[in-house]
Write a protein that binds this ligand. Structure first.
Ligand code: FES
Length: 191
């Protein structure tokens, strides 16, 4: 059976390096299987977080060849195996050890754009949150690469169904000259 070569980040938030490991390829294998193989046969102290192994919980997230991926859903046969596969911790979060990051921020913000979109589009909710979105919540910093949608374990279309509609509302309220003019002459403030 041919081997795949992995280069895996080993270290912590202060220092680290990519260490090379060889893993025999089995049919249907995913990156998380390879990490478990390495843990079981080569380096039992490799820190890897996972839970459902079914693409639901998101805890196995890592950067595979530089892209955020669920390692339990990333099949080896979808990767170029003629070169080493790099597996690194998610860049968006502080590294704790190896592939495990501190994701406590996730639990604090809990995908807040989706929740705000739910309120903004609720027919009985008359409040406007566009000023909050623009000035405090940083909606302008999202450049709609859809990385969050790609890796969302709950398959929520975060970009299409939350971020883009919210960006449109911010643009309507702050950059549409007709609306701006009407608001100016009516004296209406954003609520
Ligand atoms: S282990 Fe739960 S999404 Fe991969």
């Amino acid at each position: 059976m041919p081997d795949a070569t992995f280069k895996i980040f080993r270290g912590d938030r202060d220092r680290g390096e990519l260490i090379e490991y060889k893993v025999p390829i089995a049919p249907g294998m995913v990156v998380l299987d390879a990490l478990h193989y390495i843990q079981a046969h080569q380096t039992p102290d490799l820190a890897v977080r996972w839970n459902c192994k079914a693409g639901r919980c998101g805890s196995c997230s890592a950067e595979v060849n530089g892209r955020p991926r669920l390692t339990c859903k990333t099949r080896l046969d979808a990767l170029p195996l003629n070169e080493p596969i790099t597996v690194q911790p998610m860049k968006a979060f502080p590294v704790l050890k190896d592939l495990v990051t501190d994701v406590s921020w996730n639990y604090r913000v809990n995908r807040f754009f989706v929740r705000i979109a739910g309120l903004e589009m609720h027919p009985l909710d008359a409040a406007s949150r566009t000023e909050l979105l623009k000035n405090d919540l940083g909606i302008g910093f999202c450049n709609i690469t859809k990385c969050c949608t790609e890796v969302c374990p709950e398959d929520i279309h975060i970009t299409d169904n939350a971020i883009i509609p919210l960006k449109e509302r911010v643009i309507d309220d702050f950059y549409d000259p007709v609306r701006w003019f009407l608001r100016k002459i009516s004296g209406r403030k954003l609520t």
